[in-house]
Design a protein around this ligand. Structure first.
Ligand code: ADP
Length: 387
């Protein structure tokens, strides 16, 4: 008998579960706001409602055996009533609870003795200047909830800019030290119902204006650094008793220090390379974990891989056929197009992964350059290449 899996969220992360769901005989039912959302086309059934609409999730629960998340911006208080009534959420809600507020997430990591940047929660009652006096500028200001793809994250050069933003938006903020990182890294890990853990190779990522532009697998880091990151993933997954796939974004400093930037309790953009480059993709691994199946191999089956996001650079209803065809003609490339009905600046419309036989940074640099020059108008091309 096939497992019926409910997914809260119907964007590209749920859409990319389709092949693995077919392979494993899992039926997908999504809760997502719009019939135009990418995963509606691959789901057996859909409920059109916001991801934080717990009444809709109650209906979803009647249609499936297990519920998982593509989007974590849910109403945990309302969902916990359903969990108490026996609805099976994987990951279970107690594993999500410490992660949804960026300040609480930082506190959770710090209390586990994991390395994080210096941080504090801004209080509206206290004097702003005295609260941040130990940090020094620039600082990074983040809305505590609902931030993604850089929305709600601000790099702040001086006090005037800080007070302007804080006074304009009456929302809870986290402030942290600006980390002068040399590289951003990420890792995808999964934990099964039985507590088995598998970890993908760490990757290098590049963010421009706080949005991921490209990812290279594997990261060029030392064995000790890889091990340190794997130990972080292990400790976190076990401490949360987490079930499913989980992404961790990290900073690497010039001194070789590793700091955690953020945890994403779901499949993650930094793991998209695994669809084409690994023996088991992060999407299959997630389905395996939440459906109670054994986890499988996370190895790369090529020397290295480069994943470039195809980000919107204009408002348009074009499906960009011509550019997509040119991209598909790149040797060893696979283009994943999410089928969104409208392009907007910064919106993730698709991605492309190119496999390489060897880990050759010059070749990687040329591929990123080629993809960017096919996809973007000249002024929007990426200026940052891997070293
Ligand atoms: P989001 O949750 O919107 O993805 P993040 O907190 O991950 O936001 O931040 C997005 C990007 O902003 C990061 O990938 C990094 O490039 C930059 N950033 C975030 N925090 C810091 C920091 N403390 N120091 C330096 N850069 C940062």
């Amino acid at each position: 008998m096939s497992i019926k899996l409910g997914i809260i969220g119907g964007g590209q992360l749920a859409w990319m579960m389709a092949d693995a769901a077919n392979k494993l005989g899992v039926e997908l039912i999504v809760q997502t706001p719009s019939p135009n959302d990418p995963a509606v086309s691959i789901a057996q059934d859909s409920i059109f409602a916001a991801v934080d609409d717990a009444a809709a999730t109650e209906i979803l629960a009647t249609k499936c055996d297990i519920i998982t998340f593509e989007n974590e911006f849910v109403n945990l208080t309302a969902l916990s009533l359903l969990e108490k009534q026996g609805v099976c959420f994987r990951p279970q809600l107690s594993a999500l609870a410490p992660l949804l507020d960026k300040y609480e997430q930082r506190c959770y990591l710090r209390d586990l003795d994991l390395p994080v940047p210096q941080f504090l929660a801004l209080s509206e009652e206290k004097n702003l200047e005295s609260q941040i006096e130990n940090l020094g500028f620039p600082v990074v200001l983040k809305t505590r909830r609902h931030g993604y793809d850089g929305q709600g994250t601000f790099i702040i050069p001086d006090f005037l800019t800080l007070s302007k933003i804080v006074n304009q938006r009456h929302t809870p903020f986290l402030v942290e030290e600006f980390v002068p990182f040399t590289k951003e890294l990420a890792i995808i890990a999964a934990r099964s119902v039985n507590g088995e853990i598998v970890i993908y190779p760490a990757v290098e990522t590049l963010q421009e204006e706080q949005v991921c532009r490209w990812v290279i697998a594997p990261a060029k880091i030392t064995k000790e650094q890889s091990l340190e990151i794997e130990t972080i993933a292990d400790k976190l997954l076990n401490s949360l008793q987490y079930v499913g796939v989980f992404g961790i974004e990290l900073f690497l400093t010039a001194e070789g220090k590793i700091l955690i930037n953020e945890i994403a309790p779901r499949t993650h953009n930094s793991g998209h390379f695994s669809l084409d480059a690994c023996e088991t993709s992060q999407f299959e691994q997630h389905l395996r974990a939440v459906c109670g199946l054994a986890l499988t191999n996370t190895r790369l089956h090529c020397g290295s891989a480069v994943m470039v996001n195809l980000l919107g650079y204009e408002t348009s209803q074009s499906d960009y056929q011509k550019q997509r065809q040119q991209l598909a003609n790149i040797p060893q490339a696979t283009v994943h197009w999410y089928g969104k009905t409208e392009a907007r600046p910064g919106r993730k419309l698709g991605h492309i992964t190119v496999l390489l036989e060897q880990d050759n940074r010059n070749a990687v640099k040329n591929i990123i350059h080629k993809i960017e020059s096919i996809w973007y108008p000249p002024a929007k091309s990426c200026q940052n290449f891997p070293e």
